[in-house]
Write a protein that binds this ligand. Sequence first.
Ligand code: FAD
Length: 424
Amino acid sequence: MESPPTTLESVTTTCCVAGGGPAGMMAGFLLARAGVDVVVLEKHTDFLRDFRGDTIHPSTLELMYELGILEEFLRRPHQELAQIGGQVEDFAVKLADFSHLPTHCKFVALMPQWDFLNFIAEKAKAYPQFHLRMESEVTDLIEENKRIVGVRAKTPTGNLEVRADLTLGTDGRHSIVRDKAGLEVIDLGAPIDVLWMRLSRDPNDQEAALGRFLGGKILVTINRGDYWQCAYVIPKGGAEVLRQKGLPAFREAIASAAPFLRERTEELKSWDDIKLLTVKVDHLRQWWRSGLLCLGDSAHAMSPVGGVGINLAIQDAVAAANILASPLLHGTVGDEQLRAVQKRREFPTRMTQRLQVFAHKNILAPALSQRPPLRRLPLPLRLFQRFPALRRIPARVIGMGFRPEHVRTPEAQKPVAINGSNAA
Ligand SMILES: Cc1cc2nc3c(=O)[nH]c(=O)nc-3n(C[C@H](O)[C@H](O)[C@H](O)COP(=O)(O)OP(=O)(O)OC[C@H]3O[C@@H](n4cnc5c(N)ncnc54)[C@H](O)[C@@H]3O)c2cc1C
């Protein structure tokens, strides 16, 4: 049997970021760019992992414009989604139109999340203050005199202690940081779960991303070039019931929601090809403790509804960098600034979660119950078809969020050309 690692390495930095997802990588990048020494700990070996949303929103693209890296980013393979539509029974509906947004990019860019994170890592590593440590899993917080002063982590070569003036908890919806900090979680509940899978895409398939509401089934298909990323919405806890009914019955359910995919459902060879996302929506009552601040899903787990979790996580990171960079540089970061980050980001978080909970209860849960076919669209949807200007409202909420942030941190020094990483 392999013996557990016993060596202990100790590192001191100004800001320790626990978790290298969208929130952690963007916070690490912006702080290092502003001259703050940062150590980002990411438990995985690389950013390649299961689908977790591939949407880069117009507001995030705008941030990249402000940082001067947009053009380079858009040279990487991606798809552009300028509108969101759907099919409700026999009716085709248009729901969101991004073409009027006051941003340089009037579309959502679809790019695998690992490509996006690799791009941000590449840009961040050009600053000597940025240190990314992969395969470093945070296991505990270090607390002294009621203040968090860093984290403990395990790495393949042994145990690691990172001591820092500030720790950012950006370790996502199953955050160990918020657990260990004892921060109170308010659970808003969610009546749905989602099954994710890929099915191949034919070049002759129609282009649009579509939410399909058909005969008590909801299937979302997102165009990813040579495949469709599919999300099948089920009642909470319903995955086991589906498994018991068997894979052929599941294939039939997908085919009846999207007949053009019927033959391709054979690509689902086993339940391993289908991933369950247990949907949860929650937020912390207080996002911080002395020496610690949670951001992104760690502070507020988001439903995939509307595809806005990444956007919120990144906007949190920008707001945190704007408020904290200077106090971190001057060694004066205190509770007041951590409270200020929560205050700034709490309003957009709560508004977005309210809308998600509303959509769960009033749109998704009722649509999952088998009812007689609709003879006409519900009134709000009819209004969206009749008055196209209304489609700008969801476009704004999805594309920019309730409080878009802008980069206010100055660049402390020009990036240097690098080959490979500058790990701590
Ligand atoms: C299946 C699915 C589909 C989704 N679809 C969309 C979508 O289309 N659009 C959208 O905007 N949002 C979507 N979301 C939500 C979105 O993924 C999250 O809101 C967003 O990723 C939150 O970013 P984050 O950085 O806060 O957390 P995460 O993206 O969860 O990142 C957390 C990071 O911390 C790392 N980590 C975890 N624990 C530790 C530890 N102990 N030590 C070190 N590292 C750790 C993880 O490996 C990960 O890299 C989806 C989510 C899921 C699960």
